[in-house]
Design a protein around this ligand. Structure first.
Ligand SMILES: Cc1ncc(COP(=O)(O)O)c(C=O)c1O
Length: 401
Protein backbone atom coordinates (compact mmCIF):
# COMPACT_ATOMS: atom_id res chain seq x y z
CA UNK A 1 0.00 0.00 0.00
CA UNK A 2 1.21 3.58 -0.68
CA UNK A 3 2.16 5.56 2.38
CA UNK A 4 2.80 9.23 2.96
CA UNK A 5 6.01 8.98 4.91
CA UNK A 6 7.97 10.79 2.16
CA UNK A 7 7.46 14.50 2.76
CA UNK A 8 7.33 17.02 -0.09
CA UNK A 9 10.38 19.32 -0.23
CA UNK A 10 10.19 22.80 1.29
CA UNK A 11 10.35 25.87 -0.93
CA UNK A 12 13.48 27.07 0.90
CA UNK A 13 15.42 23.93 0.02
CA UNK A 14 18.00 24.30 -2.71
CA UNK A 15 17.46 22.85 -6.18
CA UNK A 16 19.36 19.55 -5.78
CA UNK A 17 17.52 18.83 -2.52
CA UNK A 18 14.17 19.52 -4.11
CA UNK A 19 15.04 17.26 -7.09
CA UNK A 20 15.86 14.47 -4.64
CA UNK A 21 12.55 14.71 -2.79
CA UNK A 22 9.94 16.14 -5.18
CA UNK A 23 7.12 13.89 -6.35
CA UNK A 24 7.75 11.20 -3.75
CA UNK A 25 5.02 11.99 -1.22
CA UNK A 26 2.40 9.27 -1.17
CA UNK A 27 4.21 7.09 -3.72
CA UNK A 28 6.16 4.73 -1.46
CA UNK A 29 5.06 1.10 -1.73
CA UNK A 30 6.45 -1.62 0.60
CA UNK A 31 9.14 0.84 1.66
CA UNK A 32 10.89 1.05 -1.70
CA UNK A 33 12.43 4.45 -2.42
CA UNK A 34 11.17 4.70 -5.98
CA UNK A 35 7.50 4.53 -6.94
CA UNK A 36 6.30 1.59 -9.01
CA UNK A 37 5.27 2.05 -12.64
CA UNK A 38 1.48 2.12 -12.73
CA UNK A 39 0.54 0.88 -16.19
CA UNK A 40 -3.09 0.75 -17.08
CA UNK A 41 -6.08 1.64 -19.19
CA UNK A 42 -9.04 0.56 -17.07
CA UNK A 43 -9.49 1.99 -13.60
CA UNK A 44 -12.01 0.16 -11.45
CA UNK A 45 -14.49 2.11 -9.35
CA UNK A 46 -15.97 0.81 -6.12
CA UNK A 47 -19.56 1.47 -7.27
CA UNK A 48 -21.60 3.25 -9.95
CA UNK A 49 -22.18 6.41 -7.94
CA UNK A 50 -18.48 6.98 -7.34
CA UNK A 51 -17.81 6.44 -11.05
CA UNK A 52 -20.28 9.25 -11.86
CA UNK A 53 -18.74 11.61 -9.29
CA UNK A 54 -15.17 10.76 -10.33
CA UNK A 55 -15.77 11.45 -14.02
CA UNK A 56 -16.76 15.05 -13.33
CA UNK A 57 -13.36 15.80 -11.83
CA UNK A 58 -11.08 14.06 -14.23
CA UNK A 59 -8.46 16.84 -14.62
CA UNK A 60 -7.91 16.96 -10.89
CA UNK A 61 -5.94 13.80 -10.25
CA UNK A 62 -8.98 11.64 -9.85
CA UNK A 63 -8.08 8.41 -11.59
CA UNK A 64 -10.82 7.53 -14.03
CA UNK A 65 -9.03 6.09 -17.04
CA UNK A 66 -5.41 5.52 -18.08
CA UNK A 67 -5.33 8.47 -20.48
CA UNK A 68 -5.90 10.88 -17.57
CA UNK A 69 -2.68 9.68 -15.98
CA UNK A 70 -2.01 7.96 -12.68
CA UNK A 71 0.48 7.97 -9.80
CA UNK A 72 3.59 7.69 -12.00
CA UNK A 73 2.60 10.69 -14.12
CA UNK A 74 1.52 12.70 -11.06
CA UNK A 75 4.91 12.16 -9.43
CA UNK A 76 6.67 13.51 -12.53
CA UNK A 77 4.22 16.42 -12.80
CA UNK A 78 5.19 17.44 -9.26
CA UNK A 79 8.88 17.24 -10.16
CA UNK A 80 8.44 19.43 -13.23
CA UNK A 81 6.45 22.00 -11.23
CA UNK A 82 9.36 22.04 -8.79
CA UNK A 83 11.86 22.59 -11.63
CA UNK A 84 9.99 25.51 -13.17
CA UNK A 85 8.20 27.02 -10.18
CA UNK A 86 4.77 26.22 -11.65
CA UNK A 87 1.68 24.88 -9.95
CA UNK A 88 0.17 22.45 -12.49
CA UNK A 89 1.74 20.39 -15.26
CA UNK A 90 0.43 18.37 -18.18
CA UNK A 91 2.68 15.65 -19.57
CA UNK A 92 2.63 14.62 -23.22
CA UNK A 93 4.51 12.06 -25.31
CA UNK A 94 7.12 14.37 -26.89
CA UNK A 95 8.58 17.83 -26.52
CA UNK A 96 7.01 18.68 -29.85
CA UNK A 97 3.56 17.76 -28.54
CA UNK A 98 4.25 20.12 -25.62
CA UNK A 99 4.69 22.85 -28.26
CA UNK A 100 1.63 22.01 -30.33
CA UNK A 101 -0.91 21.37 -27.53
CA UNK A 102 -0.87 24.90 -26.01
CA UNK A 103 -0.81 26.48 -29.48
CA UNK A 104 -3.97 24.52 -30.35
CA UNK A 105 -5.43 25.27 -26.91
CA UNK A 106 -5.11 29.06 -27.00
CA UNK A 107 -5.68 29.75 -30.70
CA UNK A 108 -8.78 29.42 -32.84
CA UNK A 109 -9.81 30.36 -36.39
CA UNK A 110 -9.35 34.09 -37.01
CA UNK A 111 -6.68 34.52 -34.31
CA UNK A 112 -3.16 35.81 -34.75
CA UNK A 113 0.04 34.37 -33.25
CA UNK A 114 3.52 35.91 -32.90
CA UNK A 115 6.49 33.56 -33.13
CA UNK A 116 10.25 34.31 -32.97
CA UNK A 117 12.16 33.78 -36.19
CA UNK A 118 14.67 31.70 -34.20
CA UNK A 119 12.02 29.18 -33.15
CA UNK A 120 12.58 25.39 -33.06
CA UNK A 121 11.84 24.30 -36.66
CA UNK A 122 8.84 22.02 -36.03
CA UNK A 123 7.08 24.88 -34.15
CA UNK A 124 7.38 26.92 -37.35
CA UNK A 125 5.99 23.93 -39.26
CA UNK A 126 2.81 23.78 -37.21
CA UNK A 127 2.33 27.55 -37.55
CA UNK A 128 2.68 27.31 -41.32
CA UNK A 129 0.81 23.99 -41.50
CA UNK A 130 -2.05 23.06 -39.18
CA UNK A 131 -2.54 26.52 -37.68
CA UNK A 132 -2.61 28.19 -41.10
CA UNK A 133 -5.03 25.51 -42.36
CA UNK A 134 -7.34 26.30 -39.45
CA UNK A 135 -7.33 30.03 -40.34
CA UNK A 136 -4.79 31.15 -37.73
CA UNK A 137 -2.24 33.68 -38.94
CA UNK A 138 1.35 33.73 -37.63
CA UNK A 139 3.82 36.60 -37.85
CA UNK A 140 7.47 35.68 -37.32
CA UNK A 141 9.41 38.37 -35.47
CA UNK A 142 13.04 39.22 -34.76
CA UNK A 143 13.81 37.42 -31.45
CA UNK A 144 15.81 40.45 -30.26
CA UNK A 145 12.74 42.69 -30.58
CA UNK A 146 11.98 45.08 -27.69
CA UNK A 147 8.73 45.88 -25.90
CA UNK A 148 7.69 48.69 -28.27
CA UNK A 149 8.56 46.55 -31.28
CA UNK A 150 6.40 43.62 -30.19
CA UNK A 151 3.59 45.99 -29.20
CA UNK A 152 3.64 47.36 -32.75
CA UNK A 153 3.27 43.83 -34.18
CA UNK A 154 0.32 42.95 -31.98
CA UNK A 155 -3.13 43.05 -33.51
CA UNK A 156 -6.53 43.10 -31.80
CA UNK A 157 -6.77 39.35 -32.55
CA UNK A 158 -3.26 38.43 -31.30
CA UNK A 159 -3.92 35.72 -28.72
CA UNK A 160 -0.50 34.10 -28.36
CA UNK A 161 2.98 35.52 -28.05
CA UNK A 162 5.22 32.50 -28.49
CA UNK A 163 8.80 32.73 -27.22
CA UNK A 164 11.91 30.56 -27.03
CA UNK A 165 14.98 31.85 -25.26
CA UNK A 166 17.64 31.24 -26.36
CA UNK A 167 16.53 30.36 -29.88
CA UNK A 168 17.18 26.98 -31.44
CA UNK A 169 20.49 26.85 -33.31
CA UNK A 170 21.23 30.61 -33.15
CA UNK A 171 20.98 31.21 -29.38
CA UNK A 172 19.52 34.73 -29.33
CA UNK A 173 18.00 35.59 -25.95
CA UNK A 174 14.63 37.26 -25.63
CA UNK A 175 13.69 39.99 -23.15
CA UNK A 176 10.81 37.88 -21.80
CA UNK A 177 9.61 40.26 -19.02
CA UNK A 178 9.38 43.17 -21.47
CA UNK A 179 7.65 41.11 -24.16
CA UNK A 180 5.26 39.64 -21.58
CA UNK A 181 4.27 43.14 -20.42
CA UNK A 182 3.39 44.10 -23.99
CA UNK A 183 1.42 40.88 -24.49
CA UNK A 184 -0.49 41.02 -21.23
CA UNK A 185 -1.76 44.60 -21.61
CA UNK A 186 -3.20 43.49 -24.96
CA UNK A 187 -4.75 40.28 -23.59
CA UNK A 188 -2.39 37.74 -25.23
CA UNK A 189 -0.97 34.67 -23.50
CA UNK A 190 2.80 34.23 -23.31
CA UNK A 191 4.01 30.73 -24.21
CA UNK A 192 7.68 29.86 -23.84
CA UNK A 193 9.84 26.92 -24.87
CA UNK A 194 12.09 26.80 -21.79
CA UNK A 195 13.98 23.62 -22.69
CA UNK A 196 17.39 25.33 -22.75
CA UNK A 197 16.85 27.25 -19.48
CA UNK A 198 15.41 24.24 -17.56
CA UNK A 199 15.45 25.53 -13.94
CA UNK A 200 17.96 28.31 -14.62
CA UNK A 201 15.16 30.43 -16.07
CA UNK A 202 12.10 30.61 -13.84
CA UNK A 203 9.38 31.35 -16.40
CA UNK A 204 6.56 32.37 -14.06
CA UNK A 205 8.74 34.96 -12.31
CA UNK A 206 9.32 36.58 -15.70
CA UNK A 207 5.75 36.86 -16.97
CA UNK A 208 5.35 33.56 -18.84
CA UNK A 209 1.88 31.98 -18.67
CA UNK A 210 2.66 28.57 -20.19
CA UNK A 211 6.09 26.94 -20.07
CA UNK A 212 7.07 24.16 -22.43
CA UNK A 213 9.92 21.71 -21.87
CA UNK A 214 11.21 18.84 -23.96
CA UNK A 215 11.93 16.43 -21.07
CA UNK A 216 13.63 14.35 -23.76
CA UNK A 217 16.70 16.53 -23.15
CA UNK A 218 18.35 17.01 -19.72
CA UNK A 219 15.51 15.71 -17.55
CA UNK A 220 15.54 12.33 -19.31
CA UNK A 221 19.27 12.85 -19.65
CA UNK A 222 20.18 9.50 -21.21
CA UNK A 223 18.94 9.79 -24.83
CA UNK A 224 16.49 6.96 -24.26
CA UNK A 225 13.13 8.65 -23.73
CA UNK A 226 10.84 11.13 -25.51
CA UNK A 227 8.58 13.26 -23.32
CA UNK A 228 7.23 16.80 -23.00
CA UNK A 229 5.72 18.98 -20.28
CA UNK A 230 3.41 21.97 -20.32
CA UNK A 231 3.52 23.79 -17.00
CA UNK A 232 1.36 26.68 -15.84
CA UNK A 233 0.94 28.82 -12.74
CA UNK A 234 -2.85 29.17 -12.71
CA UNK A 235 -5.69 26.70 -12.38
CA UNK A 236 -7.48 28.44 -15.25
CA UNK A 237 -4.57 27.83 -17.62
CA UNK A 238 -4.26 24.26 -16.40
CA UNK A 239 -7.86 23.51 -17.35
CA UNK A 240 -7.33 25.01 -20.83
CA UNK A 241 -4.11 23.07 -21.49
CA UNK A 242 -5.20 19.80 -19.89
CA UNK A 243 -8.56 20.03 -21.64
CA UNK A 244 -6.93 20.44 -25.06
CA UNK A 245 -4.42 17.62 -24.43
CA UNK A 246 -7.24 15.37 -23.30
CA UNK A 247 -9.45 16.19 -26.30
CA UNK A 248 -6.61 15.35 -28.66
CA UNK A 249 -5.81 12.12 -26.82
CA UNK A 250 -2.34 13.15 -25.71
CA UNK A 251 -0.75 10.94 -23.12
CA UNK A 252 2.61 10.30 -21.50
CA UNK A 253 3.44 6.62 -21.03
CA UNK A 254 4.12 5.62 -17.39
CA UNK A 255 7.34 3.77 -18.26
CA UNK A 256 8.67 6.92 -19.94
CA UNK A 257 7.57 9.06 -16.99
CA UNK A 258 9.38 6.69 -14.66
CA UNK A 259 12.58 7.05 -16.71
CA UNK A 260 12.22 10.85 -16.61
CA UNK A 261 11.65 10.70 -12.83
CA UNK A 262 14.88 8.76 -12.45
CA UNK A 263 16.64 11.25 -14.72
CA UNK A 264 15.41 14.19 -12.65
CA UNK A 265 17.02 12.82 -9.48
CA UNK A 266 20.50 13.13 -10.97
CA UNK A 267 19.84 16.11 -13.23
CA UNK A 268 21.27 18.79 -10.90
CA UNK A 269 24.68 17.09 -10.78
CA UNK A 270 24.68 16.19 -14.49
CA UNK A 271 23.63 19.66 -15.46
CA UNK A 272 26.22 21.34 -13.25
CA UNK A 273 28.98 19.22 -14.82
CA UNK A 274 27.70 19.64 -18.38
CA UNK A 275 27.32 23.39 -17.95
CA UNK A 276 30.91 23.63 -16.69
CA UNK A 277 32.31 21.35 -19.42
CA UNK A 278 30.22 23.12 -22.08
CA UNK A 279 31.60 26.50 -21.06
CA UNK A 280 35.15 25.15 -21.03
CA UNK A 281 34.75 23.85 -24.59
CA UNK A 282 32.94 27.02 -25.72
CA UNK A 283 35.81 29.17 -24.36
CA UNK A 284 38.34 26.89 -26.03
CA UNK A 285 36.56 27.31 -29.38
CA UNK A 286 36.60 31.10 -28.86
CA UNK A 287 40.37 31.00 -28.75
CA UNK A 288 40.74 29.05 -31.99
CA UNK A 289 41.73 30.86 -35.21
CA UNK A 290 39.39 28.63 -37.27
CA UNK A 291 36.41 29.99 -35.35
CA UNK A 292 34.78 33.34 -36.01
CA UNK A 293 32.48 33.37 -32.94
CA UNK A 294 30.75 31.15 -30.43
CA UNK A 295 27.01 31.45 -29.79
CA UNK A 296 26.62 30.82 -26.06
CA UNK A 297 24.56 33.20 -23.88
CA UNK A 298 26.79 32.58 -20.84
CA UNK A 299 29.87 33.95 -22.64
CA UNK A 300 30.58 37.67 -22.15
CA UNK A 301 31.02 37.90 -25.96
CA UNK A 302 27.33 37.03 -26.51
CA UNK A 303 25.52 40.20 -27.66
CA UNK A 304 22.79 39.69 -25.04
CA UNK A 305 24.98 38.48 -22.20
CA UNK A 306 23.52 41.22 -19.95
CA UNK A 307 20.06 39.65 -20.36
CA UNK A 308 21.54 36.26 -19.48
CA UNK A 309 23.04 37.66 -16.28
CA UNK A 310 19.79 39.42 -15.41
CA UNK A 311 17.34 36.53 -16.02
CA UNK A 312 19.24 33.21 -15.83
CA UNK A 313 21.04 31.57 -12.92
CA UNK A 314 23.07 29.41 -15.31
CA UNK A 315 22.82 27.53 -18.56
CA UNK A 316 23.22 24.16 -20.19
CA UNK A 317 25.76 22.62 -22.54
CA UNK A 318 24.25 23.39 -25.95
CA UNK A 319 25.79 26.17 -28.06
CA UNK A 320 26.77 27.13 -31.60
CA UNK A 321 30.15 27.57 -33.27
CA UNK A 322 30.41 29.85 -36.31
CA UNK A 323 33.47 29.01 -38.39
CA UNK A 324 35.52 31.45 -40.44
CA UNK A 325 33.82 32.18 -43.78
CA UNK A 326 36.72 30.68 -45.73
CA UNK A 327 35.59 27.11 -44.93
CA UNK A 328 33.28 25.30 -47.32
CA UNK A 329 30.60 22.83 -46.27
CA UNK A 330 32.83 19.91 -47.30
CA UNK A 331 35.56 21.15 -44.91
CA UNK A 332 33.13 21.30 -41.99
CA UNK A 333 31.68 17.88 -42.83
CA UNK A 334 35.22 16.44 -42.85
CA UNK A 335 35.91 18.05 -39.46
CA UNK A 336 32.72 16.60 -37.92
CA UNK A 337 33.14 13.19 -39.54
CA UNK A 338 36.66 12.94 -38.16
CA UNK A 339 35.57 13.35 -34.53
CA UNK A 340 35.74 10.18 -32.45
CA UNK A 341 33.82 11.35 -29.36
CA UNK A 342 31.06 13.45 -30.95
CA UNK A 343 27.99 11.83 -32.48
CA UNK A 344 26.05 13.43 -35.33
CA UNK A 345 22.53 13.57 -33.97
CA UNK A 346 19.58 15.91 -33.64
CA UNK A 347 18.60 15.74 -29.97
CA UNK A 348 20.62 16.96 -26.96
CA UNK A 349 20.68 16.86 -23.17
CA UNK A 350 22.00 13.29 -22.98
CA UNK A 351 25.29 12.13 -21.44
CA UNK A 352 27.03 12.01 -24.81
CA UNK A 353 28.53 14.80 -26.90
CA UNK A 354 27.15 15.75 -30.31
CA UNK A 355 28.17 17.94 -33.24
CA UNK A 356 25.52 18.87 -35.79
CA UNK A 357 25.94 21.01 -38.91
CA UNK A 358 23.17 23.63 -38.81
CA UNK A 359 23.88 25.82 -41.83
CA UNK A 360 21.22 25.05 -44.42
CA UNK A 361 18.87 23.70 -41.75
CA UNK A 362 17.83 27.11 -40.43
CA UNK A 363 14.73 28.77 -41.87
CA UNK A 364 14.34 32.52 -41.41
CA UNK A 365 11.68 34.80 -42.79
CA UNK A 366 11.92 37.94 -40.62
CA UNK A 367 15.70 38.08 -40.16
CA UNK A 368 18.76 36.73 -41.98
CA UNK A 369 19.81 33.09 -41.58
CA UNK A 370 23.35 34.04 -42.59
CA UNK A 371 25.56 33.92 -39.50
CA UNK A 372 28.64 34.88 -41.51
CA UNK A 373 30.20 31.41 -41.64
CA UNK A 374 29.35 27.73 -41.49
CA UNK A 375 27.72 26.89 -38.16
CA UNK A 376 27.88 23.75 -36.06
CA UNK A 377 25.72 23.07 -33.00
CA UNK A 378 27.69 21.46 -30.20
CA UNK A 379 26.27 19.52 -27.28
CA UNK A 380 28.67 18.63 -24.51
CA UNK A 381 27.99 15.44 -22.57
CA UNK A 382 29.61 13.89 -19.51
CA UNK A 383 32.89 12.79 -21.09
CA UNK A 384 36.12 14.21 -19.67
CA UNK A 385 36.52 17.70 -21.09
CA UNK A 386 40.26 17.21 -21.82
CA UNK A 387 39.43 14.21 -24.03
CA UNK A 388 36.74 16.22 -25.85
CA UNK A 389 39.11 19.11 -26.50
CA UNK A 390 41.84 16.74 -27.71
CA UNK A 391 39.33 15.16 -30.11
CA UNK A 392 38.20 18.58 -31.38
CA UNK A 393 41.82 19.67 -31.79
CA UNK A 394 42.51 16.66 -34.04
CA UNK A 395 39.32 17.44 -35.96
CA UNK A 396 40.29 21.07 -36.56
CA UNK A 397 43.61 19.85 -37.96
CA UNK A 398 41.65 18.41 -40.92
CA UNK A 399 40.59 21.93 -41.99
CA UNK A 400 42.55 23.53 -44.83
CA UNK A 401 45.10 26.15 -43.75
C1 LIG B 1 14.06 23.66 -28.23
C2 LIG B 1 13.33 22.37 -28.46
N1 LIG B 1 12.03 22.31 -28.14
C3 LIG B 1 11.32 21.17 -28.34
C4 LIG B 1 11.91 20.06 -28.88
C5 LIG B 1 11.09 18.84 -29.13
O1 LIG B 1 11.41 17.78 -28.31
P1 LIG B 1 11.13 16.25 -28.75
O2 LIG B 1 12.34 15.80 -29.48
O3 LIG B 1 10.92 15.55 -27.44
O4 LIG B 1 9.89 16.24 -29.57
C6 LIG B 1 13.26 20.08 -29.23
C7 LIG B 1 13.93 18.90 -29.83
O5 LIG B 1 15.00 18.92 -30.32
C8 LIG B 1 13.99 21.28 -29.02
O6 LIG B 1 15.29 21.37 -29.36
Amino acid sequence: MPDDSAKPPHAEHRFATRMSHAGRAGTRVHGFVNPPVHRGSTVLHPDCESRRTFSKDRFNRVMTYGTQGGPTQYALEDVICEIEGGTRCTLVGTGLAAVTVPLMAYLKAGDHCLMPDSVYGPARNIANGLLANYGIETTFYDPAIDEAGIAALMKPNTKVLYTESPGSHTFELQDIPALARAAHVRGAKVLMDNTWGIHHFQPFKHGVDVSIQALTKYVGGHSDVLLGSITVASEEDHLIVRGAASQMGHFAAPDDCWLALRGARTMPVRLRQQEESGLAVARWFEGRPEVQRVLHPALPSHPQHALFKRDFTGGCSLFGVVFQPRYAEADIFRFIDSLALFGIGASWGGYESLALPTTGFITRTATSADLGGYTVRIHIGLEDVADLIADLECGLATLPT
